[in-house]
Ligand binder design. Structure first.
Ligand SMILES: Cc1cc2nc3c(=O)[nH]c(=O)nc-3n(C[C@H](O)[C@H](O)[C@H](O)COP(=O)(O)O)c2cc1C
Length: 310
């Protein structure tokens, strides 16, 4: 093909130089990857879930390997939003080209609002990703993402707060629901400017010798290639239900996997578990996607969005 394919996309009014984004909880606070990944080569990265107060997370073991994937119940271990703003954001601002998406978590609506308020006052955050889908805490997270009226109230309040800083709100949906289309629609009606999916699938693994759960929290969230076809199906259903951009994820390890999500209706993709096996995975997939587009005569990557034929 003549010329380079155009890889930039727009998500909720934010221009990304590539549709490939590092997913929350698998890329730390970004600064850890400074020496490994060129943050100006990837679309953006999403921080670990940030909460109002620091969180120690769940007891160990909290990560195990499973066939074609992993299960985690990290439980939102993080330094808290204030420490993030004071200690990590200044470093991120110095890293040229880094587009920072802050993943926001809370137990109550007020917690989410407080985290966004704190971030609103700080420079260097492009967008918020509302974690309405963590399966690893007893309150908050998935509880919001699986109840339509709670999700509506959460998104509405958070959108109003994010608006004060003029920052867009992307809502990360839980796959642990009967109708993803319904939850996607509710998020859009409440003011989400983009949605991202999927978070992990609630799962259980048992050690048959000890007869105990392999994860101390008993259940954990399943991610990695094992979930990919389910995630692609859900992204497709969600994309059919809304008009806002959809960011797809779940088991992407190669550029070709990213193409599948785009064809299903995603405008951009996130890469999570793959970064544990190869810390350069996000950058490699971004580069691979450009190469794939060139080889397949795709002039603009956005041509792929929703282009699945029947
Ligand atoms: C260890 C680990 C920690 C995670 N932490 C978060 C988190 O803090 N917030 C969040 O929204 N998603 C979190 N996720 C979910 C991922 O961002 C992603 O939605 C999910 O793993 C599916 O993508 P993947 O198969 O590419 O990993 C976490 C996933 C893993 C494996």
């Amino acid at each position: 093909m003549h010329g380079k394919p155009e890889m930039s996309v727009m998500v909720a009014g934010i221009g990304l130089r590539s549709p490939v984004i590092a997913a929350s909880g698998t890329f730390g606070y970004g600064v850890e990857f400074e020496e490994i990944v060129s943050l100006d080569r990837i679309g953006a990265f999403v921080t670990k879930g940030l909460s109002r107060e620091p969180m120690a997370g769940n007891a160990s073991p909290r990560i195990i390997e499973t066939p074609a994937g992993m299960m985690n119940a990290v439980g939102l271990q993080n330094i808290g939003v204030q420490a993030f703003v004071a200690e990590k954001l200044p470093k991120l601002r110095q890293m040229a080209g880094a587009v920072v998406i802050a993943n926001v978590f809370g137990f109550e609506i007020e917690d989410y609002v407080a985290v966004i308020r704190e971030l609103n006052d700080a420079e260097g955050v492009a967008m918020y990703e509302l974690n309405a889908s963590c399966p690893n805490t007893a309150h908050g997270g998935m509880v919001f993402g699986s109840d339509p009226s709670l999700l509506y109230d959460l998104v509405k309040r958070c959108r109003a707060t994010a608006d004060r800083a003029g920052r867009p709100l992307m809502v990360k949906l839980s796959p642990n629901v009967t109708s993803i289309a319904r939850m996607a629609r509710v998020a859009q009606e409440a003011g989400a400017q983009a949605i991202s999916l999927v978070n992990t699938f609630l799962a259980l693994a048992i050690d048959i010798e000890t007869r105990k759960p392999r994860i101390a929290n008993v259940t954990g969230g399943l991610s990695g290639p094992a979930i990919r076809p389910i995630a692609v199906r859900m992204v497709h259903e969600a994309a059919q239900a809304v008009t806002i951009p959809v960011v797809g994820m779940g088991g992407i390890v190669r550029a070709e996997d990213a193409v599948e999500f785009l064809l299903a209706g995603a405008t951009a993709v996130e890469v999570g578990t793959a970064s544990f096996a190869d810390p350069r995975a996000v950058e490699n997939i971004a580069n691979g996607l450009r190469k794939w587009c060139a080889e397949h005569e795709v002039a603009h990557v956005s041509e792929l969005t929703g282009a699945m034929g029947r």
